[in-house]
Design a protein around this ligand. Structure first.
Ligand SMILES: [Fe+2]
Length: 315
């Protein structure tokens, strides 16, 4: 019953906040359709805000764009700060747009500090915002969750989402329960022999250390890194939070042993932290996995065009 009310409320909001532009969206293809093993879409930091029409438009146009992929993404991961303040209205607007325009079957939601931290703008605290985040997720998505950390196995690939277990400001707090859950999931994933895709709003401390130093995992960074290295899996770790845009070359990723860390630009806010080559909004990642290679292609989902930025990693 509550879910039905939330869906009704969201549908009304979506109707009022966004109408598609007249621009025709051209269909687009992966680089090598015949050899593609799986593809998925990653965006972060959409910061949907009640009174900011540009942010509503970004999500609406973005979901419409994703729907034009000739080979549909098998997952859409949203890496946190999906809303600005975690307000009821903002969650309603986000899921209203998602329900109306998104066509990707598997949607995986990570929470960022803006979604779950109390402030004057949401008049709530962590517990209430966490419950709200989960309630909306479960009212709209097939992928049901009971914590902010969760995972899905899609076509044999493990998609692992981490969260923060308390309000830790702009950093992350990982509870013993989450660490023990992660250990179990990574152990299971290592048996798949496939690369693991990990989505965490916060980057490890030493990955992009020059950009917004406080805005990283924080005190538990080394412990998290050790957990990720334990089973020797090939891991691709996608993080947002930094709003640092996209770099030509290796400024936006770091490779360390079997782990590749990839920055996801902010989809909704200006990417003005750091000195990136592309700082506009609307940017996200289209990830294509082939037998021996993973390709990250940066697309402007709002402008409906590929950028010139692309990263390739050996598998
Ligand atoms: Fe953010």
């Amino acid at each position: 019953m509550v879910s039905r009310i939330l869906r009704f409320f969201a549908a009304i909001l979506a109707f009022f906040i966004f109408s598609p532009s007249d621009a025709q969206i051209m269909p687009y293809e992966p680089l090598d359709k015949d050899d593609l093993q799986i593809s998925f879409t990653v965006i972060s930091d959409g910061h949907l805000e009640s009174n900011n029409a540009e942010r509503h438009n970004n999500y609406g146009e973005g979901f419409l764009d994703m729907a034009r992929a000739e080979v549909p993404s098998r997952a859409l991961a949203m890496v946190g700060d999906n809303t600005m303040n975690g307000q009821l209205f903002e969650q309603g607007m986000l899921y209203g747009l998602l329900r109306k325009y998104n066509t990707i079957e598997n949607v995986l939601m990570a929470a960022g500090n803006h979604d779950i931290c109390g402030s004057d703008y949401n008049m709530a605290d962590y517990d209430r915002l966490k419950k709200r985040f989960i309630r909306y997720n479960n009212a709209f998505l097939d992928h049901q969750i009971d914590e902010l950390y969760h995972y899905a196995v899609i076509d044999g690939y493990y998609f692992v989402v981490l969260g923060s277990d308390k309000d830790a400001g702009v950093e992350q707090y990982i509870s013993p329960e989450q660490f023990s859950w992660l250990d179990g999931v990574l152990k299971e994933a290592s048996a798949s022999g496939k690369p693991v895709f990990l989505f965490n709003h916060w980057p490890l401390n030493d990955v992009f250390p020059e950009v917004w130093t406080e805005g990283h995992v924080g005190a538990q960074s080394d412990e998290l890194k050790a957990a990720l290295q334990k089973y020797g899996s090939r891991i691709f770790y996608f993080s947002g939070h930094l709003h640092m845009g996209v770099f030509e070359g290796d400024g936006g990723y770091k490779e360390e042993g079997l782990i590749t860390y990839i920055n996801v630009p902010s989809f909704g806010s200006e990417n003005t932290n750091g000195d990136a080559d592309a700082q506009e909004t609307g940017l996200g990642l289209q990830v294509e996995v082939y037998e021996n290679e993973l390709v990250v292609r940066v697309r402007n989902f709002v402008q409906h065009e590929w950028t010139d930025y692309e990263y390739r990693f050996a598998l």
